[in-house]
Ligand binder design. Sequence first.
Ligand code: ADP
Ligand code: MG
Length: 312
Amino acid sequence: MDDVLRASGLRKSFGSLVAVDDVGLAIARGETYGLLGPNGAGKTTSISIVAGLLRPDAGEVLIGGRPMTPTATDTKAMVGLVPQELSIYPDLTARENLRFFGRLYGLTGADLTSGADRVLEVIGLTDRADERADRYSGGMKRRLNIGIGLLHEPDLLILDEPTVGVDPQSRNAILDAVEALATDGLAVLYTTHYMEEAERLCDRIGIVDKGRIVAEGTRRELVATIGEQDLVRLEVAGDVVAAATACEHLEGVGSVDAEDRTMVCLVTGAAGRLPALLAAVAGSGATVTGVEVREPDLEDVFLHLTGAALRD
Ligand SMILES: Nc1ncnc2c1ncn2[C@@H]1O[C@H](COP(=O)(O)OP(=O)(O)O)[C@@H](O)[C@H]1O
Ligand SMILES: [Mg+2]
């Protein structure tokens, strides 16, 4: 197998807290793998182990078939890690930042110059390369942060929630850049708590909760775990709990959640069942004020698997 990354049985505890609990994943060249989960799920701890920053209590990380450890310089050279916190110098320009970090990676002379130019192009900062980083927008700083992880031409790029706190336009530029890198053959490990980003970028997604990968697959495969069911959302005026109870035992209705003025039902063949649902709500004495039918998304999968929302 030509997996760039192969990790298995990873565990890490902090005191009595199990932050990473039997995590395993594999990523091939050109593949983008997403770790999707809420704050505290164990994403950063997992990737810190993969990048060799943190020693796991158990488990193994192989990069290009060779073991990653905190002292393994050969495997570390194959990995670019972009941490969530910015690690750039504000009073240096983008080009100066790249040249500084490039020297740390052992680049010199023409390699350093061409490496910085190449990265500036990839992150779309060529035109602004000679301005101080503290003049940049939040999104530009993030792109520079990503660029530093690309200088030594890694085989695996790890990005830890790179769009948090970034405006929508910069977010798009970041996502475009990541997409282009994967197209060029890089393996990408991407953590996020944004369902939309995982859906757009990732070939495969691992849904993480409380240190465990609770489900893994393509977006389609994950959504299929809910079954061939649609989501029917009814806005209800009146007693929503009574309305939900009236719908629970209807044929084709898998589950009903009621909250505030909204009922969410998982329904097989929703279109054909709508008349019965509406009649049941009316029979309970409540009034339907709005109806939405849609396919489930990854938020729904997360809710289905964990009983909690992805975002709080
Ligand atoms: N160095 C540490 N010491 C103690 N607890 C930690 C440490 N790092 C992370 N944790 C805890 O481990 C859990 C997972 O954290 P983290 O990997 O940062 O999650 P995520 O990146 O998904 O938000 C959290 O409960 C966090 O508080
Ligand atoms: Mg994190």
